[in-house]
Structure formats: structure tokens, C-alpha cells
Design a protein around this ligand. Structure first.
Ligand SMILES: Nc1ncnc2c1ncn2[C@@H]1O[C@H](COP(=O)(O)OP(=O)(O)O)[C@@H](O)[C@H]1O
Ligand SMILES: CC(=O)N[C@@H](CCC(=O)OP(=O)(O)O)C(=O)O
Length: 268
């Protein structure tokens, strides 16, 4: 089966039109690609933590995660967000199965930062794809929340971009990041100039220049990791543009396509 991994950012999730879910269900029904959704939910986690009087702290776009924070992450991602997406897909006439990375040992994690400064933030060490094949073979769309555990059962909070790229790598699937921006841009004289293509060298420059910052850092790093492994194509596209994801699937230029250094001349 040929898969496409679609990462839905928490930044844009609440604003995605129903037509977005319809496009995903239609895509599955054509039979060319089977969609897999990996979702985030950073803003909801921050909001719930805020209500509980806990301040969110990020290091290079990754949330410092205590055991107390993990309770909220699990509730927001595997509960609220995951089931909402399942319902939206059902409304579009599709069948979806929502699972977290913990279910069926889908995602095995190791600590992302061995120094311990990030707490229970994990990076994916293994993806058990049999669970995904099982769901897809039942004609259902897997919807994955980015939690994982290690072999002792310790749970970890995984950045959703990193979880999505790990899943895409394991399946050799193309990968589309749906976010709240038209692509990666640079602001020049108050105007946002979107880069249609960026290679590894450009990205490292833009991170150094702090043009790329915050949540965009794990996104581009995940994109490059994916391309360096098994993934044929990665783009970052605008969730607010109802036709953007379809354009990505049709191979049209949309958002920002990430490329390896050897693949293109530099944009910068
Ligand atoms: N150069 C850049 N171009 C576009 N967005 C950027 C850039 N650098 C940082 N960002 C930030 O990255 C955010 C998207 O990442 P993130 O907040 O993690 O979203 P998501 O929840 O969609 O994964 C944008 O809303 C923007 O604030
Ligand atoms: C370790 C880490 O940072 N985990 C993320 C998981 C959710 C996520 O990545 O959501 P977005 O895609 O909306 O950013 C977090 O706690 O916010």
C-alpha cells in the first residue's frame, strides 16, 4: 500500500474547513494513496496548562515536560484532539481509527535529551507499522496522537512533527505538514516572502539568522531527517487554503518544499 502522512498542526486545527477532511476521505477512496494523519495540539496543551496555573516552557520548539504536564498532554492529544479528527473524517463519510503512539506499541521512544533538561520528551526509536497496515487494510484512516512509551512503560511527549516524520520514514511515505502559515517565509520591509523551495543549506542559514524559529525548528529538522532516510517528498503547506493539500498531492508547487542540499541550487 502507498501511504501519505499528513501532519495537522495544532496551530491550524480549529480552523481547518470540513472540505479539508473531505479531500482526505476522497483521496483514500481513489485508492492511489492511503492517508495517515499525525496531529499536534500544542496550543490546546498550553491553554489547559495555563488554566491549571502551569507555565509552558519551550526549548528550541520542544515543550519541557514534567509528569504533571504529561497528564495534560495525554488528555489533550489522545482525548480531545484525536477524537475530534476521527469525528470530522466520519462526517466526511470516512472511517477513521484514532490511536496514540502508545497503542499497539506503535511508537517506541527514547529520551530526546539525555541530560534530562527537557523532562519526558521523547524521540521515536521505532515505529511498528503492522498496526497501521491493519487499520488501512480495514479501509480506515489511522489518526495518530504523538505519545510514545519505552520498554518499561514510561510515557513520553513527542513533538508531532517528529512523530510524523518517523512514521513517514518507516513507511517510505511522502509527508505534508499542514500549518497556519503559507510556507516558510522571510519578512522583508513588512512583507512576507515565501520560499517555494529550501534546501538543507538554506535551512541551516535561516535557523542561524533566526528567520526560522520556535515551532518551525522541529518541523524543518524533521523534514530533513525524513528526506535523509526513506521519504521521497516533504512540503509545508497552508491549512487555511482549502486547495493547498490537494495541490501538494497533485505535485503542484505549493507552500515550501524541503529538499536535500544536493537536490537544488540555493535560494539564499
Ligand atoms: N520563517 C518562518 N516562516 C513561517 N513560520 C515560522 C517561521 N519561523 C517560525 N515560524 C513559526 O512557526 C509556526 C508554525 O509552527 P508551529 O507553531 O509548531 O505550528 P504547528 O502547530 O502547525 O506545527 C508559525 O505559526 C510561525 O509562528
Ligand atoms: C515535545 C513537544 O513539544 N510536544 C508537543 C506535542 C504537540 C505538538 O507537537 O503540537 P503542534 O504540532 O501543534 O506543535 C507539545 O507538547 O506541544
Amino acid at each position: 500500500m502507498k501511504y501519505v502522512v499528513i501532519k495537522c498542526g495544532g496551530s491550524v486545527f480549529e480552523r481547518l474547513p470540513q472540505s479539508f477532511y473531505q479531500t482526505i476521505v476522497d483521496l483514500k477512496n481513489t485508492g492511489n494513496y492511503h492517508p495517515i494523519i499525525v496531529h499536534g495540539g500544542g496550543p490546546l496543551i498550553s491553554q489547559l496548562l495555563d488554566q491549571a496555573g502551569v507555565k509552558s516552557q519551550f526549548v528550541n520548539g520542544l515543550r519541557v515536560t514534567t509528569d504533571e504536564v504529561l497528564d495534560v498532554v495525554e488528555m489533550a492529544l489522545s482525548g480531545s484532539m484525536n477524537k475530534k479528527i476521527v469525528r470530522f473524517l466520519a462526517k466526511a463519510g470516512g472511517k477513521a481509527v484514532g490511536i496514540s503512539g502508545v497503542d499497539g506499541n506503535l511508537l517506541t521512544a527514547v529520551p530526546a535529551d539525555p541530560s534530562g533538561k527537557l523532562g519526558f520528551v521523547g524521540k521515536v526509536a521505532n515505529v511498528q507499522t503492522s498496526m497501521l497496515n491493519l487499520i488501512a487494510n480495514d479501509d480506515a484512516i489511522p489518526v495518530i496522537s504523538p505519545l510514545a512509551m519505552d520498554e518499561t512503560g514510561q510515557r513520553y511527549n513527542i513533538n508531532a512533527d517528529m512523530a510524523a516524520s518517523a512514521v513517514a520514514e518507516a513507511l517510505g511515505a511522502k509527508l505534508c505538514f499542514i500549518s497556519d502559515i503559507p510556507g516558510i517565509y522571510e519578512e522583508i520591509d513588512g512583507e512576507k516572502k515565501v520560499f517555494h523551495q529550501l534546501n538543507e543549506y538554506d535551512i541551516n542559514q535561516l535557523i542561524k539568522e533566526e528567520v526560522i524559529f520556535g515551532g518551525m525548528i522541529p518541523k524543518v529538522e524533521s523534514a530533513l531527517s525524513a528526506l535523509n532516510k526513506n521519504v521521497p517528498e516533504v512540503s509545508i503547506v497552508n491549512g487555511m487554503d482549502p486547495s493547498a493539500f490537494l495541490s501538494f498531492m497533485q505535485g503542484k508547487e505549493v507552500g515550501t518544499r524541503i529538499l536535500l542540499e544536493k537536490e537544488m541550487p540555493y535560494a539564499k
